[in-house]
Design a binder for this molecule. Sequence first.
Ligand code: PAZ
Length: 364
Amino acid sequence: MLSQIESETPPPNLAALAEDHYFSANPPPKDLEKHTALAREFINYHSAAGRRLVLVTSGGTTVPLEKNTVRFIDNFSAGTRGATSAEYFLEAGYAVLFLHRQFSLLPFSRHYSHATDCFLDFLREGPNGSVVARDEDAAKMLHVLRKYRDARDRNMLLLLPFVNISDYLHELRSVAQLMQPLGPRGLLYLAAAVSDFFVPPDRMSEHKIQSTDAADAFKKGSSSATPQPPAVEDEETFDNFDSSPKVPRSKRLVIDLDPVPKFLKNLVEGWSPQGMIVSFKLETDPAILVHKAKYSLDRYQHHLVIGNLLATRKWEVVFVSPGNPDRWIRVPFRKAGAEGDGKAVEVEKDEPLDPKSLPEGEPE
Ligand code: PAZ
């Protein structure tokens, strides 16, 4: 009888179980409701106008080590890819919902917000105590300003920030679900550098992780307690890790991370089944990039994986899509990002050049 019942019970959907577990165990960001309301309004507005809409995700996600977060793990992403792509999507007529890491690069302001491109360097004192753009920068600044104002005035760009991995996943799921009515007019362009590992809340310290036991006596209850000198470490406490010089275990911080569930499957099958989905794959080893991109495409069955290498991501990317040959897009690396004349070559622009015309050698 039992085996009959078992055989009639559909197999549990593991992806759905993992989703339920993750989203109930990891609290949503405090602004989720506000962001969802803004996103709904934005999507409805553009949907009514019959406009194409893209969700661009951008920047890195943090992995908090404490609930009251002082310390966290982060990654390299500055949000250049996302912010640059968003500008080109706007130019192509898309409304852009820009889900980005707080304080990472933003469309338009990115031209003046990088540490090496401080906006003050583009300004000079004008007549009667005014401030104006330097003559050599004015034309480009005016160009960027006009595009920025146009996007803002026509309500074409919605900025939604996130900080940590769980904020990101909550926001992504909500926005993707809201985009469902757009069908294939909704594009999800997932350029954020999303952590693969995290500390689950049940193993996360509530407060700042301590590096000494100076607070232990107070924590045990008596506010008049005198802090005790640290216990003398015996040999046992040195035994479990190699290190030079030897450090007692009690002084180490050993971080034990769980894998973040792979939600691309849930996105493709459940959150946005009709949407066009473009994911990115970042690697550092050129030998595995295309293989990993193909693996991702096979596994999740979405529309396009854009592969890139950490060292060359600004100058070359590879498009891997079902049934098509791999397509490399390369721009001359010596000119890429060279701002100032308005003619900088950006790989996001997608105007492939003849590879033979490109300079030889390693990117600078
Ligand atoms: O933000 P950035 O321009 O410095 O880097 C862009 C990028 C490399 C994060 C992006 O192109 C990408 O590959 N994102 C996906 C990373 C991954 O999870 O594999």
